[in-house]
Design a protein around this ligand. Structure first.
Ligand code: BGC
Length: 740
């Protein structure tokens, strides 16, 4: 029986262990090296560039020899990296190795589901395995640093980078971010197959106003501490080797020049001694923000805030020497930054390791098998009327329709620059392989997800007519989500709604599979489908994962890591909100307004759409029916320093096995600062055989009930606590106890 429990956000021991490892002597080596460095060499270490194109130019070679660069990102082939490293470690004066970074976001050569899809697995184990595989592949090609995980809390699906996030919830995001850090970094950073992870983007990038990328974030400190910082804290406690600042201003101060974030929180409160890198040109973008007069001002402010390494822009290289000479920047500030950089290079064992012979890594059977399992785990079954799924044997022929049925690169999602289309299996290819080509009819209907033309509908309709069932692949192609891909509308783009209408009119049963980098609004499409599966951008093996799930060879187990709105007008919508003084009730679904003589409904809702989400956080169906009952508490009172056990029975009432993600939520009913109506404190994935009933237990301790008071102190206050064991944020069985 598989049964795993994830109650503690992240073990503090991991961090301590990681930092204490064979790195003995790192500090003295850092000091000895630092003492020998010229100011130019120090500033070189603080500079990171993309400018290493293949083949490496003589100019770049000379610069590496001169110690001009400490790091390169997203640059060069394995052979270029090996050659650049050879020059740095044998021909530069101090032989300081280069650190090669890359955006290895959801796999390197083997592409796994996008992070938001990974988050839908609610499975830290598989998330860790994917990061580990990515680290193996990247490190073999000389890359020892990834700019991942991104753990920006995302509550606005208009923001294109929601695809890279781990969703809306601090606990889930922190748990999964920590799993990724463990996967990338392994048990020791100095292991040649480990890569340094990077917690990004610090901080509040996901709170971009109006969901427009790079936009300002205005977040009161209490919300920052309750919601936006905890995933970063979890990553820090998991030993994350680096942090990246974000592009946005936070309460008017750019994150890249933000002493409160980078000095007070990261260094002083969290005692962080890793490397802080800026985002891409974020240092000099502070000029455009109106926060620095010029490059010199930007360099001074970024360094003062605690940015150790400047990504791409060159204000450090061009300005720091003269700033030091004029006394505007102290050598102590420079040394502090260089220490953090060298420390990471020593921790990675870069000074000891032989330069690997350049190899080109390709996905292999086991990495692709992991990709398939992960894709299957990421899929969320949203609707399954009359048990349309799994498709039974009586369904002899299937019409595979839609712009995303056979578009290899569009199932990869954002950040797949290293993807190899030849390793992709699309859903169409997978159906043909699994069912035999003669049982599959294919008509894309639209050329891509944005296509407005209905010219190819006739072929799609005739394919539907000729089959027993239709599987319709809808959604967003890869380039519609990711950085700078904000959308003001969340509907299915192009003529996709018209396509489903046309196919539905044939009377054939329709299964809609939606591939997208964000929650979309697709109410009318879902209404016309008998079953709906949300597949995100599932990566290399999305095809077989989807086809096998639909054919019943995988059981659906994904759960939404983010609330799905009914319409973009509800955004931001998230489960962990505060109550208003006039909360609407379920009775007000359907929007009662009364009439002028007798108006009704002075509650917090909309008059043109229900106030509830289309699908709540945590939601996802199985091919069986699960029933929650018999909630029980080990005691009606929780005393400080103790814990309480909450249990409930989960029964599988159907004939198929299921992996259920059992979620535990709490609410502090009365507090000196109003608390959310629900807060996720832990979850467990539980395998239930047909007919099986299990008692699932959670431990709740005062730390789960802690919150920030108005003085930014983490406190617990005595009083009533509600607790739910639940299949999602909107349902479950509840009980109440008292915290004393
Ligand atoms: C993104 C980062 C990324 C960096 C390097 C930036 O535009 O915001 O997330 O790591 O580029 O590619």
């Amino acid at each position: 029986m598989r049964f795993s429990l994830y109650t503690a956000p992240v073990a503090l021991v991991t961090a301590a262990a990681l930092f204490a490892q064979p790195q003995a002597g790192v500090e003295s080596r850092v000091e000895q090296l630092l003492a020998r460095m010229t100011l130019e060499e120090k500033i070189g270490q603080m500079s990171q560039s993309t400018a290493m194109s293949a083949p490496i130019s003589d100019n770049i070679k000379a610069e590496i020899r001169a110690g001009r660069w400490g790091s390169f990102l997203n640059a060069g082939s394995p052979a270029d990296r090996a050659e650049a490293q050879r020059i740095a470690t044998t021909e530069s004066r101090l032989r300081i190795p280069l650190l090669f970074g890359r955006d290895v976001i959801h796999g390197y050569k083997t592409i796994f589901p996008i992070p938001l899809g990974q988050a839908a697995s609610w499975d830290p184990g598989i998330v860790e395995q994917m990061a580990q595989q990515a680290a193996r592949e990247a490190s073999a090609e000389g890359i020892r640093w990834t700019f991942a995980p991104m753990m920006d809390i995302a509550r606005d699906p208009r923001w294109g980078r929601v695809a890279e996030s781990l969703g809306e919830d601090p606990y889930l995001s922190g748990t999964l971010a920590a799993a990724m850090v463990r996967g990338f970094q392994g048990s020791s950073l100095s292991d040649a197959a480990s890569i340094a992870a990077c917690a990004k983007h610090f901080a509040a990038y996901g709170a971009a106003e109006a969901g427009r990328d790079y936009n300002s974030a205005w977040i009161p400190e209490i919300l920052l501490r309750e919601v936006y910082l905890p995933p970063f804290r979890a990553a820090r406690e998991a030993g994350v080797a680096s942090f990246m600042t974000s592009f946005n201003t936070l309460n008017g101060i750019p994150a890249t020049g933000n002493r409160f974030l980078l000095r007070q929180i990261l260094r002083e409160e969290w005692h962080y001694d890793g490397l802080v890198v800026s985002d891409y040109e974020a240092v000099t973008e502070m000029i455009k923000h109106g926060f620095a007069r010029d490059a010199a001002g930007a360099a001074k402010k970024a360094l003062a805030a605690g940015v150790d390494m400047e990504m791409v822009s060159t204000s450090y290289f061009e300005q720091l020497r003269s700033l030091v000479e004029h006394g505007a920047v102290s050598i102590g500030e420079i040394d502090g930054a260089v220490r953090n950089i060298l420390r990471l290079k020593f921790r990675l064992g870069l000074f000891e390791q032989k330069i690997p012979a350049p190899v080109e890594v390709v996905p292999n059977a086991s990495s692709l098998e992991l990709a398939e399992r992960a894709a299957a785990e990421s899929m969320v079954l949203l609707k399954n009327e009359a048990n349309l799924l799994p498709l039974i044997d009586a369904v002899r022929t299937v019409a595979v329709i839609g712009p995303l049925a056979d578009s290899a690169m569009d199932q990869m999602g954002t950040w797949s620059m290293d993807a190899r289309p030849e390793t992709v299996e699309t859903p169409l290819a997978a159906f043909r392989r699994l069912l035999g080509a003669d049982r599959v009819r294919y008509a894309p209907g639209l050329r891509n997800s944005r296509d407005q033309s209905t010219d190819a509908f006739a072929a799609a309709v005739s394919a539907a007519r000729s089959a027993d069932a239709v599987v319709l692949f809808l959604g967003e192609e890869s380039i519609l989500s990711g950085e700078a891909r904000s959308r003001a509308f969340l509907d299915l783009p192009g003529a996709q709604q018209a396509l489903i209408d046309a196919v539905h009119a044939t009377g054939k049963p329709v299964v809609a599979v939606i591939m997208a980098g964000r929650p979309l609004t697709f109410h009318d499409a879902a209404a016309k489908a008998g079953a709906v599966v949300y597949a995100w951008h599932p990566g290399d093996r999305g095809g077989p994962a989807i086809a096998k799930l639909l054919l019943g060879q995988y059981e659906p187990s994904g759960r939404l890591p983010i609330t799905f709105p009914r319409t973009v007008g509800q955004v931001p919508i998230y489960y962990s909100h505060l109550n208003t003084g006039r909360a609407a009730s379920e009775k007000e679904l359907g929007i009662p307004m009364g009439n002028p003589a007798n108006p009704e409904g002075y509650t917090s809702k909309y008059i043109d759409v229900d106030f509830t989400p289309e699908y709540p956080f945590g939601f996802g169906l199985s091919y069986t029916t699960l029933e929650y009952s018999a909630i029980a508490l080990s005691s009606p009172v929780l005393e400080t320093g103790q814990s309480i056990t909450v249990s409930a029975d989960i029964a599988n009432r159907g004939t198929r096995a299921a992996t259920e993600t059992v979620q535990c939520y709490i609410r502090v009913v009365v507090a000196s600062v109003a608390q959310p109506v629900r807060k996720l404190t832990s979850f467990q994935r539980v395998l239930l055989k047909p007919g099986e009933r299990r008692t699932v237990r959670f431990t709740v301790s005062p730390k789960d009930l802690a919150f920030y008071d108005e003085h930014m102190k983490l406190v617990t206050e005595p009083g009533r606590i509600q607790v739910w064991i639940a299949p999602d944020a909107a349902r479950g069985v509840g009980a109440e106890f008292e915290l004393r």
